[in-house]
Ligand binder design. Structure first.
Ligand code: 5GP
Length: 210
């Protein structure tokens, strides 16, 4: 990349249980030029989360103020909490030539698509609905009610896959990370949403649920 070249905006969305977090870490370790955008959220930190690393944890008043001042490039309510991406941060890094990775939900991705048509949007799918459920159940801290709610949410999120430029099926971490790296580097042809084989594979995953 030359010094005057602008970075790209990469948007990654996935239902919970698709293995997105591990995949993002793997991608970031492979792509040193790619920076992660730390979102603002009104959700409370989980046990292993650090303010300023995983999220900026803020109160609802602060979040509303930021929103009213137009500080967010996108924002959305997910599972009763608010999440938003700082426009200033994203723009400053893109201007400096870095590509920025946004790990956000499909509602945020829709807003980005409107405001930044040049963004690359990627949807991560689990290899099957059974695997998705298994992964959701793997988090032993959650109650059955929470699991069922997350499962319903995940199935409804997956209905948005076709709105994205690319789809990556997270069956194998190494392969999925390599596909993501290729997309980030402008070589993601096989993962384009309109590729017929990919479309049928995704439809199989979705139908497999019934
Ligand atoms: P979690 O609370 O489990 O970290 O994230 C819950 C959901 O919020 C995930 O789908 C995640 O992608 C989404 N999310 C995280 N940050 C943002 C953000 O800045 N904007 C939007 N729209 N969604 C976000």
């Amino acid at each position: 990349m030359t010094e005057t070249e602008l970075g790209r905006l990469i948007v990654l969305a996935a239902p919970s249980g698709a293995g997105k977090t591990t995949l993002v870490h793997e991608l970031l370790s492979r792509e040193p030029e790619l920076e992660f955008s730390i979102s603002y959220t009104t959700r409370s930190p989980r046990q292993n989360e650090t303010n300023g690393e995983d999220y900026f944890f803020v109160g609802k008043n602060e979040f509303d103020q930021m929103r009213d001042h137009g500080n967010f490039l996108e924002y959305a309510e997910v599972f009763d909490n608010w999440y938003g991406t700082s426009e200033e941060y994203v723009q400053s890094r893109i201007d400096a030539g870095y590509s920025i990775l946004l790990e956000i939900d499909w509602q945020g991705a829709q807003q980005i698509r409107k405001r930044r048509p040049d963004a690359l949007t990627v949807f991560i799918m689990p290899p099957s609905c059974e695997e998705l459920e298994r992964r959701l159940r793997g988090r032993q801290t959650d109650t059955e009610e929470v699991i069922q709610r997350r499962l319903r949410g995940a199935l409804s999120d997956m209905g948005h896959w076709h709105e994205f430029d690319f789809v990556v099926i997270n069956e194998n971490l190494d392969q999925a990370a390599a596909q993501l790296a290729a997309i980030v580097n402008g070589r993601g042809k096989v993962n384009r949403t309109e590729v017929p084989e990919l479309k049928s594979r995704v439809e199989e995953i979705l139908v497999g649920e019934d």
